[in-house]
Design a protein around this ligand. Structure first.
Ligand SMILES: Nc1ncnc2c1ncn2[C@@H]1O[C@H](COP(=O)(O)OP(=O)(O)OP(=O)(O)O)[C@@H](O)[C@H]1O
Ligand SMILES: [Mg+2]
Length: 503
């Protein structure tokens, strides 16, 4: 390596105030190489790429592009030097159209100096066609689903002639089909000799698409090697520095308890058709379905974010009339949303304030004021149990790493101490070690009598924790799995099978 590198970092260090986040990082990548960058939540991955992109300046160290020392003053400068980044929290402009976003800053003009809209439309359309992507190029980006926004972000990098494309958890909102498109895009970039840095918490993807892998732990560069020379077990152990099991961790074979929640004949426009099920008190109930199956919508409905066209939801024999989420809390139901930036966090408030915002009532003293001591005690306990990486409880939540924001959200939901907890894509963006911790905490909660409903696309996750799993396909119940049927192979096979109801 070395002399042919496109980019090289030499002894890069970065601190935020007294918090040393990157420690003497040495790193290099060659043209046409696809490199996985792995590490736990808060390890410093996003910080490292923000330095490469010119968002942050390193506290110390040198950056070389094609072996010439350089500085990257700001993201525009980075872009000019061939570095494009697709961030964990996408930074497209929602009010602009797809084409406007893609050509932002590199607009094509005709000879008269006017914007050549036709040419730009054509280029974007051709690119999408070549990738089999169907996105309305004149739609406002903010109105597109997250997955399409992701595709737009990649198209943008391609049109900007990136020589290094960095993707920070590009797959966390994608379906399998969209993941295939993403892979196709990466392969094409590789053919064009573009270097790619790929950050993901899903290790299968590393084996699918990456050539080499670099592991970062606590801001220290631990190891770089060929993917083919590192097995999964070694990868995980290096990342988190301890051994964890990837087997089922809910050991209950059967589970009997009174029913606490009933959904009957739920219909929603074209998304859900006559969906019925029952959930028992203290059960961990999974709702499994790919995007478009109606699973996510069903979760939102249980929480009152959207309303069924027909059918009813009962909690402890009381029909839920939920006009808004506050009504759900009234019924002792709480919710961890899947789109944390859009619906979850209050970015300007501190981690601690975020943690109690939905459960203020539990933490007020008899004069109605917030009991800070009580809040702190409860919160600190969760920070500890979840291993949330924070500099202090007053730190604004937007400065937490992506995965740690998600952990803080889950902690918040648990702090609100409701009987029923609904989680949508609970471990999106969470590293393998922390996933294990979260699963254990959820199982503890269930043992204490709390009812957990987890909506997810990840079979592995539901198989590890659920007592029962309801599979939805195209808005209909396909099958309910329990006991020995809770097997990853069986469920995976069914998920790919024809639609219709399993007998
Ligand atoms: N702007 C900032 N101000 C203060 N601290 C920050 C800032 N950005 C990041 N940090 C801190 O730097 C550390 C590393 O965060 P980073 O976002 O790089 O982690 P990550 O490896 O990307 O994690 P994840 O997998 O959760 O996305 C965290 O402890 C985080 O709180
Ligand atoms: Mg990150």
């Amino acid at each position: 390596m070395g002399d042919k590198s496109f980019l090289r970092l030499e002894n890069i260090a970065k601190s935020f105030a007294s918090n040393l986040v990157l420690k003497d990082v040495n790193f290099s990548i060659e043209p046409g190489e696809v490199r996985a960058l792995l590490g736990e939540n808060g390890a410093g991955k996003s910080t490292m790429i923000k330095i490469i992109a010119g968002v942050h300046r390193p506290t110390r160290g040198k950056i070389y592009i094609e072996e010439k020392e350089t500085t990257i003053a700001d993201p525009k400068d980075g872009l000019d030097k061939g570095i494009s980044v697709i961030y964990q929290e996408l930074d497209l402009l929602p009010a602009l159209t797809v084409v406007q976003n893609i050509f932002l800053g590199i607009e094509i003009k005709n000879r008269a100096g006017m914007l050549d809209k036709k040419r730009m439309d054509q280029m974007v359309q051709e690119y999408f066609d070549s990738m089999d992507i169907s996105i309305d190029i004149h739609a406002k980006v903010g109105e597109l689903p997250i997955a399409s926004q992701q595709m737009v972000a990649i198209a943008k990098a391609v049109e900007h002639d990136a020589r290094l494309l960095i993707m920070d958890e590009p797959s966390s909102s994608l379906t399998n089909r969209e993941l295939e498109v993403l892979y196709k895009q990466i392969r094409q970039l590789k053919e064009r000799n573009v270097a790619v840095i790929y950050i993901s918490h899903r290790l299968e993807e590393v084996y699918d698409i990456c050539d080499t892998v670099t592991i970062l732990r606590d801001g220290v560069m631990l190891r770089t090697s060929k993917v083919s020379q590192m097995d999964r077990h070694e990868m995980v152990t290096l990342m988190i520095g301890r051994e964890i099991t990837e087997n089922r961790i809910n050991m209950r074979k059967e589970f009997e308890a009174p029913v606490i929640l009933t959904a009957k004949g739920i219909c929603l426009d074209r998304l859900l058709h006559d969906v019925s099920f029952e959930v028992k008190k203290g059960e961990i109930f999974g709702i499994l379905g790919l995007v478009g199956s109606g699973a996510i919508e069903l979760g939102k409905m249980l929480y009152g974010v959207i309303h069924p066209d027909a059918g009813e939801i009962k909690v402890s024999d009381k029909i839920l009339h939920m006009k808004m989420p506050a009504d759900a809390l009234e019924n002792s139901v709480s919710y961890v949303p899947d789109e944390r930036r859009a619906h979850g966090i209050f970015p300007l408030l501190s981690v601690e304030q975020n943690s109690v915002i939905t459960s203020i009532r539990n933490y007020t003293n008899r004069f109605g004021f917030l009991d800070h001591k009580k809040v702190k005690a409860a919160f600190v306990e969760y920070v500890d149990r979840f291993g949330i990486k924070i500099a202090s409880t007053d730190q604004p939540i937007r400065f937490l790493s992506g995965g740690n924001q998600q952990k803080a959200l889950i902690a918040r939901t648990l702090l609100s101490d409701t009987d029923i907890i609904i989680l949508s894509c609970p471990t999106k963006g969470i590293d393998v070690g922390s996933k294990f911790d979260i699963y254990s905490i959820l199982i503890d909660c269930a043992k204490q009598g709390k009812t957990i409903i987890a909506v997810s696309q990840e079979i592995t996750e539901l198989v590890r924790i659920c007592d029962r799993i309801l599979m939805l396909k195209e808005g209909e119940v396909y099958h309910e799995y329990m006991g020995d049927e809770i097997s990853e192979t069986l469920i995976y096979h069914d998920l790919l099978a024809e639609r219709g109801r399993k007998q």
